[in-house]
Write a protein that binds this ligand. Structure first.
Ligand SMILES: Cc1ncc(COP(=O)(O)O)c(C=O)c1O
Length: 365
């Protein structure tokens, strides 16, 4: 048996530290924001080599508040990809702006930067590249285009804690970088959580006010804000776990290497390997007859997943945007071929071998 994800194994490894941290929050009774969240913000900003980190109750809130802080709203357009989790696009719509969805690159599976300029209109206010599966999008080109056109960048780094592009950390290329701490993420809370990093003190301040009911001073609400604050317990758990992130990431990268090697003579496409630091939140391969292969792996006791079976532009929730099947060919092909294999630091070599043997059997029918 190889479970797709095993959060319990990680908890057991850090149980004493994490239990003490959680009890500490209960003793202090700083249940919302508070010292632990503040300390986590400082630690995570330092980890990203960014000046400020603002902690939220989810990655979705981070994206939403980032858009509002940059004054993106009704009448504006935001360019992003359809090959992402629904939250990227939902946040744009929460802000009242129109998502403009472009295709991804067939090799890197992230935003195809060659398609950005033709999607830019006088209404384009921001670009949200998504660092899908833990690989930083092509930020060199994306930043150059954004600078040329005077457009903001918000990075959706929800899956990319600690990933790097040309030596720089995910989340630090644009105006704001947004992270999710959903439990299964590379840095996962024990509940919901998110954050945004930025080098701009004014944007950080705006996001702090927005997450806390639009108040700088209690009960004086200058602007319409939200209840989007991080819980104290999540801050405490994340502080402990951040200390392990690089160790866990290196294990993920070693597992990915082993998968790459063992899969080299199997009829599937493995993730592109580059010099940049991919953090493998997800290790997905492309396989033909994906659904049959996935079912067979299931019967062999190997847990897999699909990230994501229906691209955002074909989801009912966003049908009003008017996209049709065939509009984003690479995205649509990936959605029929993506198969995510078990990937977490605690995975053993035997489990990886068992998964690969299962995949070989499933692909050969
Ligand atoms: C690419 C992407 N964007 C945004 C989010 C939203 O984060 P959250 O679930 O913390 O709201 C997620 C994670 O779920 C994600 O994977």
């Amino acid at each position: 048996m190889v479970p797709f994800l095993d959060l319990k194994k990680q908890y057991v490894e850090i149980k004493d530290e994490v239990n003490a941290a959680v009890i500490g929050v209960m003793e202090s009774s700083q249940f919302v924001l508070g010292d632990e969240v503040k300390a986590f913000e400082n630690d995570f900003a330092a980890y990203c080599r960014s000046s400020h980190c603002v902690a939220f109750n989810s990655g979705t809130s981070a994206l939403h508040m980032a858009l509002l802080a940059l004054e993106v709203g009704p009448g504006d357009e935001v360019i992003t990809v359809s090959s992402t989790f629904i939250a990227t696009v939902a946040a744009i719509r929460y802000a009242g702006a129109k998502p403009v969805l472009i295709d991804v690159d067939k090799n890197s599976w992230t935003m195809n930067a060659d398609l950005i300029e033709e999607a830019i209109t006088p209404k384009t206010k921001a670009i949200i590249p998504v660092h899908l599966h833990g690989r930083v999008a092509n930020m060199g080109v994306i930043c150059a285009i954004a600078a040329k056109h005077g457009i903001h960048i918000i990075e959706d780094a929800a899956q990319a804690h600690g990933a790097q592009f040309k030596g720089e950390r995910a989340g630090t290329f644009g105006d704001i970088g947004c992270f999710s701490y959903y439990p299964g993420k590379n840095l996962g809370a024990y509940g919901e959580g998110g954050s945004a990093v930025t080098d701009d003190a004014e944007l950080a301040h705006k996001m702090r006010v927005l997450r806390d009911w639009g108040q700088e001073e209690r009960f004086y609400h200058k602007i319409q804000g939200f209840n989007a604050r991080m819980d104290g317990i999540q801050g405490a758990v994340l502080r402990v776990k951040l200390r392990y992130l690089d160790k866990w990431t290196e294990l993920r990268r070693a597992h990915a290497n082993l998968y790459d090697e063992l899969l080299s003579n199997i009829d599937c496409v493995v993730p592109l390997v580059t010099e940049d630091r991919h953090v493998y939140h997800i290790y997905s391969v492309l396989v033909k007859e994906r659904d049959r292969v996935q079912n067979m792996l299931g019967t062999l006791g190997i847990g897999t997943n699909i990230h994501y079976p229906i691209p955002v532009h074909l989801q009912g929730a966003h049908a009003d945007l008017g996209y049709r099947k065939g509009d984003l060919v690479v995205t649509e092909r990936l959605s029929t071929e993506f198969l995510s294999l078990p990937m977490y630091a605690e995975l053993s070599e035997d489990q990886i071998t068992e998964t690969v043997n299962g995949l070989r059997k499933a692909i050969n029918g």
